[in-house]
Design a protein around this ligand. Structure first.
Ligand SMILES: [Zn+2]
Length: 297
């Protein structure tokens, strides 16, 4: 069983929006075709709602994601997305009714959270509080700076993330994107480096190791170029990280385009299993058991 925690789809009736950007259209039908081709059983569909990137990617928002997932409820799992500024830009906004409604409609988490504001801003803290109360894990894109990109902002030490992990122990945080994964390496420090795909050996362990070890509510989403790069740039250290945190990593792809080859994340996992670098149970945890434990079957 393989569950992909990170996918997006475009809306079939409006291909022109997704054609504005590089990825082009990738409808639920195309996603299912790819899943069949590469042996992926289920995929999480992450809507985008943040103004920073909804029009940039042209992928679906909440209602379209729910509609498409309901048509294929045996294979596609919707998350909902809530911009922390929504409901009147108020750090005391009550998101409980909205979250309850999304849960009733089948949404199992919140994401991909992409608002380009500090992770410790009162608006974000309000979202995290309500997510914990509603038992909806938060999958977020992390960013090194304000402007010219998207994602919640933190420093190279991930001090803001640590603050909210402590303040909201009930809330599950699932990290994604270069600035999250590059924190595997203490020597990746400047905003430019943090937003890149560094190569070579990891000499000094970065703050990500400590956060994953210390906080039961910290998880990682092994998707996209960022997750793949961090765990393959130094084979030995990447496998060490995967083994050590095999109960806290979710398999994902974030490759919402028609694929001629299997997603690189799947190839990496299968190669590591075949080479006995990962045990069958470590492989199973990352590919589906962690998901079933955190989100239910
Ligand atoms: Zn994504």
């Amino acid at each position: 069983m393989i569950i992909d925690i990170h996918q997006h789809i475009t809306y079939k009736d409006y291909p022109q929006f997704s054609e504005l950007v590089a990825h082009g259209s990738f409808t639920a039908k195309e996603l299912l075709k790819d899943m069949d081709k590469w042996g992926i059983d289920k995929s999480v569909v992450l809507p985008l709602t943040n103004p920073e990137n909804i029009d940039y990617f042209g992928v679906v928002g909440n209602q379209e994601a729910i509609t498409e997932c309901q048509k294929h409820s045996d294979r596609l799992i919707p998350f909902c997305n809530i911009d922390p500024r929504s409901i009147l830009h108020n750090p005391k906004a009550d998101f409980s009714g909205l979250m309850k409604l999304f849960k009733e409609l089948g949404c199992r988490g919140i994401g991909e959270v992409c608002a380009n504001m500090s992770v410790t801003s009162p608006l974000y803290k309000n979202l995290f509080y309500h997510a914990g109360e509603a038992n909806l894990p938060v999958l977020f894109h992390l960013s090194p700076k304000k402007g010219g990109l998207y994602g919640m902002i933190d420093d190279a030490g991930l001090n803001g993330l640590e603050e909210v992990l402590q303040e909201f122990p009930q809330t599950i945080f699932i990290g994604h994107a270069p600035s999250f994964w590059n924190a595997i390496d203490a020597d990746v420090k400047t905003p430019k480096q943090r937003n890149s795909y560094p190569k070579g050996k990891i000499v000094n362990q970065g703050p990500l190791w400590r956060l994953m070890e210390k906080y039961p509510n910290m998880y990682g989403d092994f998707s996209a170029g960022s997750g793949h790069n961090a765990l393959t740039r130094d084979q030995v250290t990447g496998i060490e990280f995967m083994k050590k945190f095999n109960e806290k990593i979710f398999f994902g792809t974030d490759m919402f385009m028609k694929k001629a080859r299997p997603p690189m994340h799947l190839t990496m996992m299968q190669d590591a299993l075949a080479a006995q670098q990962l045990s069958q149970s470590e492989y199973d945890n990352i590919t589906h058991r962690n998901f079933e434990r955190v989100f239910g079957k």
